[in-house]
Design a protein around this ligand. Structure first.
Ligand code: SF4
Length: 394
């Protein structure tokens, strides 16, 4: 398969979005968030080009403002009535980002060696025997003159910033490291740093990926490609709503959101019936939640009585309630990870996946199983089952 990092990322975010863009080849209507991201990226690229001097902050802002005026005409607005206010909001947000960024990152202090450079890497899948080509674009690569460290930087315009400790499992950073290593094999792996710059926070977080990060990225890529290929056969690309739907240009045609856009004039009697059913549904669900709370409280009372009298079954006018206890086994992933690494088995799991872990443990030798069992936790789960008894007729 020939694919790109962004296509795989789209699939992982939402298979339906992937289908619209990669299979149906539809042109994505431009939402304001997408245009905003693209133009901030362009302004940051402009900022690091010396011609013959680096642009001043005013020139960067002017570049962004002019680009905004030109491109905002092509935006598909959420509401025509509010488009001017929304446009001004994003324009000001962009200017604020650029000002903060410029103050912290004066361009003459960095040795930027490439911006928006393309990459293409081959990844062989030993399971299918296929070799896939993965391409992408890297926002920026810097090289520190003293330490010889290459730093790949990806700009993010979204609000959400991941915790630094999760970066080792970040697919994008793993892929970027693979891309740079493939392009410049003479650069030592430990000399490649990968970073994400969160522009709204004006903060950069990064790691030097290790062999585990790269193996995990490779594994995720191959799993994603296999999943796409399987879905191409079944045609099953379900919509997967998330906060990222705000960035999606297909909201108006997506079955998860299209109903929200039904015009008042297009409504039929079915819609009136639906409106009532929706109202009823919400009320019934509210009562269901209240009942759940009452059931939990009643359960605790019955259980407390049973425990105080060491009873496993109690009887009432409608029937009886039986208590059962079951053992549930789970593993402490923090404890088990170093043990598996020591045994050279972590590469077979790579993620805290209880199912795979249980399967793997079954295949290990007895001493290894015994060692891993130290990280085993057994929980006792108590359940109460009610049985209704037939009323005898008089
Ligand atoms: S709007 Fe959300 S659920 Fe629908 S296609 Fe786009 S990302 Fe997927």
């Amino acid at each position: 398969m020939r694919t790109s990092y962004s296509a795989l990322d789209t699939f992982r975010t939402c298979p339906l979005k992937y289908k619209y863009s990669q299979i149906d080849k539809l042109r994505e209507p431009k939402r304001i968030e997408t245009v905003f991201g693209t133009l901030v990226h362009s302004a940051l690229k402009f900022m690091f080009v010396r011609n013959p001097l680096y642009p001043t902050l005013d020139e960067v802002i002017d570049f962004f403002t002019r680009a905004w005026a030109e491109k905002s005409e092509h935006i598909v607005w959420r509401s025509e009535a509010k488009k001017d206010a929304e446009s001004a909001l994003y324009l000001n947000e962009g200017i604020k980002i650029l000002k903060n960024f410029y103050q912290k990152n004066q361009p003459w202090n960095f040795n930027v060696i490439e911006m928006e450079g393309r990459f293409s890497i081959e990844i062989a899948d030993e399971l299918s025997g296929k070799t896939h080509t993965l391409s992408g674009i890297i926002d920026r690569i810097d090289k520190d003159q003293d330490s010889e460290i290459y730093e790949i930087i990806d700009y993010k315009t979204g609000k959400k910033m991941p915790a630094e400790e999760t970066l080792r499992e970040n697919l994008q950073l793993g892929v970027y490291h693979m891309a740079l290593s493939a392009r410049w094999p003479s650069v030592s792996s430990g000399n490649i740093k990968t970073s994400l710059y969160f522009l709204k926070h004006n903060q950069k977080i990064g790691i030097v990926p290790n062999s585990e990060t790269i193996a995990l990225a490779r594994k995720k890529i191959l799993e994603t490609i296999r999943d796409i290929e399987a879905r191409e056969v079944t045609g099953n690309f379900p919509p997967t709503p998330s906060a990222l739907c705000d960035w999606c240009g297909w909201r108006k045609m997506c079955p998860m959101w299209s109903h929200e856009y039904t015009a008042e004039t297009a409504k039929t009697p079915d819609d009136a019936e639906l409106a009532q059913a929706m109202k009823d549904f919400f009320e019934l669900k509210l009562r269901e939640n209240e009942n759940k709370k009452l059931i939990a409280e009643t359960r605790e009372k019955i259980l407390a009585y049973m425990n105080s009298k060491t009873l496993m079954r109690v009887f009432g006018s409608d029937g009886y309630v039986t208590q059962t206890k079951q053992e549930r086994v789970s593993y402490d992933m923090e404890k088990i990870k170093p043990l598996l690494k020591k045994m050279g088995q972590w590469e077979n799991i790579l993620e805290p996946d209880e199912k795979k872990l249980t399967q793997l443990i079954g295949e290990l030798s007895e001493p290894e199983q015994n060692e891993l069992n130290q990280a085993r936790e057994i929980k006792i789960v108590t359940t109460l089952k009610q049985t209704k008894t037939k009323k005898s007729s008089t």
